[in-house]
Design a binder for this molecule. Structure first.
Ligand code: SAM
Length: 283
């Protein structure tokens, strides 16, 4: 039924592209993806120009400097990663993680349930965020806080007009969404990316915030050994235009350019955008 609803709203080519993307993701390997993107040099906490510390610092500043607050934060397309909600769990009582794949949801559940069998040790991430926050927490206290805040780990499909189970959200919507490297990595083209931005906007309350991090000018990434996943190459202007088209007002925009030694062959990304936007009315 979901596919039928979609095909009445989008072009046939886009619809076929969305099906092809879903097929690519059946071969996604959470452990390999974590290894490629969330270990040094991309996650080198000794280096200021490493990509992961840059992302953590953008999120930390947004959650501490602005008027982002409320009860519920929803992370869209969490994958097998947790870094993107480490700052947000200080500001929101509840955090919902979401992903399209059961394999990723299971990876997240393993960490939340503290079963000691996670594919990645998140300790250096927790330590780094504690340092940024300067609240004097130990990383174990931070981990406990994050585990307590995560109330649900749910399925999502950003290509559906209703991307997730509406019963999981208050009727007014979530107070804030965070989404990192999801929409451009699951959309076959720019119209699908823009539409997905609109779909996730329906999950936000009026005046709610979106913190969006994504790849610039990327055409593929590896989701596992030999698993080449196509990405819609985006530039800054296109992302800004799509946000505006879907009723978001841009508050802050930052760009990171990948140093040469961080281009390690697991994708062809050249830069990363961070966009902080607010939704006033849905379009
Ligand atoms: N957020 C993580 C990060 O920052 O590394 C993961 C990003 S990964 C590049 C893209 C994620 O989108 C994968 O976890 C994948 O399972 C998920 N995904 C695939 N198709 C999707 C869909 N239709 N709707 C929502 N998420 C989807």
């Amino acid at each position: 039924a979901g596919s039928h609803v979609r095909s009445t709203l989008v072009g046939l080519e886009t619809e076929n592209g969305i099906k092809a993307m879903a097929a690519h993701y059946q071969r996604f390997d959470p452990a390999a993806y974590l290894q490629y993107n969330y270990t040094p040099p991309r996650a080198d906490f000794e280096r200021k120009d490493s990509i992961v510390p840059w992302k953590l610092s953008c999120l930390h500043r947004a959650f501490t400097e602005g008027d982002i607050n409320g009860e519920l934060l929803v992370d869209i397309g969490s994958g097998p990663t947790l870094y993107q909600v480490m700052s947000g769990c200080e500001v929101f009582n509840k955090v919902i993680l979401t992903d399209f794949l059961e394999a990723n949801r299971q990876e997240l559940r393993r960490w939340v349930q503290d079963e000691g069998s996670s594919s990645l040790d998140w300790t250096p991430y927790l330590q780094h965020v504690c340092k940024l926050e300067g609240r004097g927490y130990t990383w174990t206290e931070k981990a406990a806080k994050l585990r307590k805040a995560i109330t649900h780990i749910l399925p999502i499909d950003v290509h559906c007009p209703q991307p997730m189970d509406p019963c999981a959200l208050p009727s007014a919507g979530a107070d804030c969404l965070v989404s990192t490297f999801c929409l451009e990595s699951v959309s076959p083209d720019l119209p699908a990316f823009t539409r997905a931005l609109g779909h996730i906007g329906t999950l936000l309350r009026p005046g709610g915030h979106l913190l969006l991090i994504g790849a610039l000018e990327e055409s593929f990434y590896l989701g596992g050994p030999g698993v080449k996943i196509p990405v819609v190459p985006l530039n800054q202007a296109q992302v800004c235009h799509s946000l505006k088209e879907k009723g978001y007002t841009l508050i802050r925009l930052e760009v990171y350019t990948l140093p040469q030694d961080m281009r390690v062959g697991v994708d062809d990304v050249t830069g990363v955008f961070f966009k902080w936007a607010k939704i006033m009315c849905m379009k």
